[in-house]
Design a protein around this ligand. Structure first.
Ligand code: XMP
Length: 513
């Protein structure tokens, strides 16, 4: 196994992700914990030093244990990890001198023979992502330089005899396009074959949950989404009926969705589930509300009230399980330094555990979305369920601009079901990040048969995206759009006009509110 020593970089987890993509088992441990004894015990086959925010020139800044360099295993140092490696092995690191680099930079090779650079420099220079204030000004004895950038004369260095490699940039981020190749080369030369699987992660996660929870009770808020569902099934596999799930049904789910959630968890998995059917409460509170933020806040507050009320009924509950993913954990790096503007207040149960005096169980905290899906498959969740598009916490409320009524929600549910059916029938579902219908707060005139109609207009939305942060509209064929519009108008009473939303994000957002 491979050890990543974390010196506090914002992107350390991405190193683990790159390695997991190569089916390599790795563990991240904070530098404070990695002592000589720890290393002895861990017996890594290779080590990676992460980046970090500190300066190695500062007295008392983080260091790896000395024995890391005498274990005889390959080491890759990244950014701060590179600098600390140089300093510890007899090189020199300096601050300032106008050589700080942040963002994109280009590395020029000085020698292309290095094995970890196989596949690099085909086009001459390589784009990399830098983020450093300090720089190495003298490399340690035994090291040679293999690549330079304007702000980092020693962008790539190595002591080939000892298998020590050090790079100033961050190969783990997407802005270093050949970064994954560098990791692949590194682990290959360290002798890894790439045989780690989600099955082993699952076993590990189960053991950790058992150790954390003991014989105490756990509550899990179930939303019907992939994350909370995978968390619930995993925890249930670990501790059985010590787990109780609470599904707060706000009446804003899609067609048949609430029933499907209940039957899947209760009947298929035998997981104790409280179904708090509170459609009247939520829809009642939303009456007359058309401001999107007020809708979101109303739903968020009621959700917490209901959840808390139900959770309080579960005696002896000590833990709250959440399907928190790694992207929710990473603090966003603000390059502008200013506070970010709230575009939409997302609804989640943040703050709940403290309020309720519960401890958190977050078994998906280290995983990215696609890894959660892989884990779900491993746990036997149906493929159709695992591959579902994201669905927002406030549900259909934010796909119903203007005032929400039961009538509009019913029409919306039916139209959405026809649209998704069309997408599935044409085999497009998995190509699309998210697709849904929004019912518009406007009625338009139409003609059906010989009669005049005066019904709602709706908008179809379908986007491609990697992470939901940016998105592009999906280029359906005109035939598909025509056929779908005809089906919706024929099959859904209450809609007589269909439009297709071709706004990208930005400037639009994915949801309409
Ligand atoms: P926007 O509309 O901001 O959405 O482009 C980006 C992604 O986030 C989802 N979304 C939410 N998810 N609670 C959630 O759990 C929310 O309040 C919420 N609002 C938007 C949206 O569906 C899309 O996938």
């Amino acid at each position: 196994r491979l050890l990543i020593i974390d010196f506090g970089s914002q992107v350390t987890q991405l190193i683990a992700r790159r390695l997991r993509e190569l089916s390599i088992y790795c563990e991240i441990h904070p530098y404070q914990k990695v002592t000589d004894a720890f290393l002895q015990d861990f017996a890594p086959k290779a080590i990676i030093f992460s980046g970090g925010p500190d300066s190695v020139t500062r007295e008392g800044s983080p260091r790896p244990p000395k024995s890391a360099f005498t274990l005889g295993v390959p080491i890759l140092g990244i950014c701060y990890g590179q600098q600390v490696m140089m300093q510890e092995l007899g090189g020199l690191v300096e601050s300032g001198h106008g050589t700080a680099e942040f963002g994109r930079a280009f590395v020029t090779p000085t020698d292309k023979s290095l094995s970890i650079l196989e596949g690099w420099f085909d086009a001459g220079q390589e784009q990399v992502w830098m983020s450093h204030g300090d720089h190495v000004s003298r490399i340690a004895p035994g090291f040679e330089v293999y690549g330079t950038s304007p702000g980092a004369p020693f962008a790539i260095t190595a002591d080939v005899a000892r298998h020590f490699y050090a790079v100033q940039f961050h190969p783990e981020v997407h802005h270093t396009p050949k970064g994954a190749k560098l990791y692949e080369n590194f682990v290959r030369l360290a002798g890894f074959t790439g045989d780690w699987t989600m099955a082993s992660y699952k076993d590990d996660a189960i053991a950790k949950i058992r150790a954390q929870v003991g014989d105490k009770r756990v509550i899990c808020g179930l939303s019907g989404g992939v994350d909370s569902s995978v968390a619930a099934v995993l925890i249930h596999e670990a501790i059985g009926d010590q787990l109780t799930c609470v599904f707060v049904d706000h009446g804003l789910m899609r067609l048949n969705e609430a029933d499907e959630v209940v039957s899947m968890f209760r009947d298929n998995y035998n997981i104790p589930l409280i179904h708090a059917d509170e459609a009247d409460l939520f829809i009642g509170a939303l009456e007359g509300v058309s401001d999107p933020e007020v809708k979101r806040k109303t739903i968020g507050k009621l959700f917490i009230d209901v959840f808390q009320r139900e959770a309080n009924k579960i005696e002896g509950a000590v833990f709250l399980a959440q399907g928190t993913l790694y992207p929710d954990v990473i603090e966003s790096v603000s390059f502008s330094g200013g506070p970010s503007v709230t575009i939409k207040s997302h609804h989640n149960v943040g703050g709940l555990p403290e309020k309720m005096g519960l401890k958190l169980v977050e078994p998906l905290r280290e995983l990215f979305k696609d890894e959660v899906r892989a884990l779900g498959r491993e746990l036997g969740l149906p493929e159709k369920f695992i591959g579902r598009h994201p669905f927002p916490g406030p549900g259909l409320a934010i796909r119903c601009p203007g005032e929400i009524t039961r009538e509009k929600l019913d029409i919306l549910r039916k139209a959405d079901a026809v649209y998704i059916d069309q997408i599935r029938k044409h085999g497009l579902y998995d190509e699309i990040w998210q697709a849904f219908v929004a019912i518009l707060p406007v009625k338009t005139v139409g003609v059906m048969g010989d009669g005049r109609t005066y019904d709602y207009a709706c908008a179809l939305r379908a986007v491609t995206s990697v992470d939901g942060m940016t998105a592009d509209y999906y280029p359906f064929s005109h035939d598909f759009l025509g056929e779908t519009a005809t089906r919706i108008i024929n099959e859904v009473k209450g809609i007589n006009r269909v439009t297709y939303d071709i706004t990208s994000k930005p400037p639009g957002t994915i949801e309409w509110e």
